[in-house]
Ligand binder design. Structure first.
Ligand code: SF4
Length: 465
């Protein structure tokens, strides 16, 4: 499941940046070797496809963990030692006796019954140097492709594949590739998270699917290099996990079409990031060249300014996928980005400004509605015709009603958004009010304060602050 990266510029591929443009991109990381890519880091691109910061740093080969560490905000990453040893023991069980239990579990899931021994073939490809494994994997894939629809099942155990990432080949090691009786290739991944009552943690399944999509793309690249007339790669992964808290395996099939499409789009986008790099001010770099003691010489504040020059798109999901998550969370909270509250809030509040703006709008809406309510009551008491018209309101000029929205003062515009100062005939903008209320409630939840009550437009929203 790991991967290696040769660190040297890869072969000229059509998808890679041109050499001159690449210079600024790779120059962003300074005179240090590029960070390794593996299936997890490539898959993480698809976890937050809107994040330009991550895409740029990955394309430049910047060591994001080192950047986070130097900024004093390292994110704890990786599996616990317990999960690692549980995973190793589970995988050993499955791959014992020529992968007997793994093949039986997977073929039973795909075919309804375990494949008989005479219909099984296993190529163990996990031993030897990276070059040897790449070559043996290529030969094994060529052989199974030449055999076509053989009627049997062939398992390539621990093959090694490559995938071009921004023009540089990253080496990838899926757990296994299964070649079915129809000649189709399917990625098989062994995971140590449990399946309880037929379902598993959706976050872990999602991460496994994104990782498997990276392997599927690498398999497609291998098929292209072999010149196969049709794509033999099936857009799915068979996940093999322990059932419950024991070690009995169970297999599930996960559709990968969406993950493959997103990852492919992200990889293509990486190849065009040299334009983004070229547009950055020259002082922006992520250079962490070390001193003699091996410590980066860079001023952390200067590094932070460089990072701030590239737009991020933080959501709490980043905490499970990106080394910069603690820094980006700090930044998002500091500027009140709605994404700090989650993807839902980011989508719902998109275009309405930062959280502080939203809460100000909420307060103004609440105050404005209370005033409007009082005015309405007074009008009812005084009788019809007593309330001033829009043109008669203090501070409202004759052309006030015709002024374009963009020319109105912020507070007034905010009130108009929330429907607070609109003329009585205009219905309040329930959509915006609803979202602002929701922001207040979400923020209360994020700050562990009691959520404001839902009813009542007044104290409810103010209570969330
Ligand atoms: S943690 Fe930051 S850099 Fe990483 S994906 Fe999230 S927003 Fe982008």
């Amino acid at each position: 499941m790991d991967a290696t990266h040769d660190g040297a510029p890869g072969p000229d591929r059509a998808s890679g940046p041109a050499p001159a443009a690449r210079a600024r991109l790779t120059g962003l990381r300074g005179p240090v070797p590029p960070a390794d890519h593996d299936a997890r880091t490539i898959a993480a691109l698809a976890a937050n496809p809107g994040c330009r910061r991550r895409a740029l740093l990955d394309a430049a080969g910047v060591d994001k963990a080192a950047v986070a560490h130097h900024l004093g905000r390292p994110a704890p990453f990786g599996r616990s030692p317990f999960a690692i040893s549980r995973g190793i023991a589970f995988e050993r069980r499955l791959t014992a006796d020529d992968c007997a239990e793994l093949l039986a579990t997977v073929t039973e899931r795909l075919d309804g019954s375990p494949a008989p021994a005479h219909q099984r073939d296993v190529h163990a490809l996990g031993a030897g140097s990276a070059e040897e494994r790449l070559e043996r994997t290529r030969l094994a894939l060529e052989k199974v492709a030449g055999a076509g629809a053989s009627g049997g099942w062939t398992l390539l155990e621990h093959p090694m594949l490559t995938l071009s990432v921004g023009g540089t080949p990253a080496r990838l090691e899926p757990d296994a590739v299964l070649v079915g009786p129809d000649g189709g290739w399917t990625v098989v991944e062994v995971k140590s998270f449990p399946v309880l009552d037929g379902s598993a943690d959706p976050v872990k399944v999602g991460a496994a699917a994104r990782q498997a999509a990276v392997y599927a793309l690498a398999l497609q690249e291998a098929a292209e290099e072999l010149g196969l007339p049709a794509d033999p790669v099936r857009p799915r992964v068979v996940l093999v996990c322990p059932e419950g808290f024991g070690s009995r395996p169970t297999a599930s099939v996960v559709d990968l079409r969406r993950q493959i499409a997103v990852t492919r789009r992200q990889l293509r986008r990486m190849a065009s990031l040299e334009e983004t790099a070229a547009a950055l001010p020259p002082e922006v770099t992520f250079d962490l060249r070390p001193n003699r003691a091996g410590r980066p010489t860079r001023d952390p504040e200067d590094l932070e300014r460089s990072l701030a020059a590239v737009a991020a798109d933080y959501t709490p999901d980043c905490l499970a996928a990106c080394e910069l998550s603690f820094h980006c969370r700090h930044e998002a909270r500091a500027c009140g980005a709605p994404g700090a509250l989650g993807r839902g809030a980011r989508g719902e509040l998109s275009g309405l400004g930062g959280l502080d703006d939203l809460l100000r709008i909420a307060d103004e809406a609440v105050t404005g509605r209370a005033d409007a309510g009082r005015a309405e009551e007074e009008q009812t008491v005084a009788g019809p015709g007593a309330a001033p018209s829009h043109a008669e309101r203090p501070n409202a000029g004759p052309a006030d009603a015709e002024r374009p929205d963009a020319e109105r003062p912020d507070a007034e515009r905010a009130g108009a958004i929330a429907g607070a100062t609109a003329p009585a005939a205009a219905p309040p903008d329930a959509w915006a009010i609803d979202r602002v209320r929701r922001a207040a409630r979400l923020r209360s939840a994020a700050l562990f304060l009691p959520a404001p009550p839902h009813a009542g437009p007044g104290a409810a929203d103010r209570g969330g602050r």
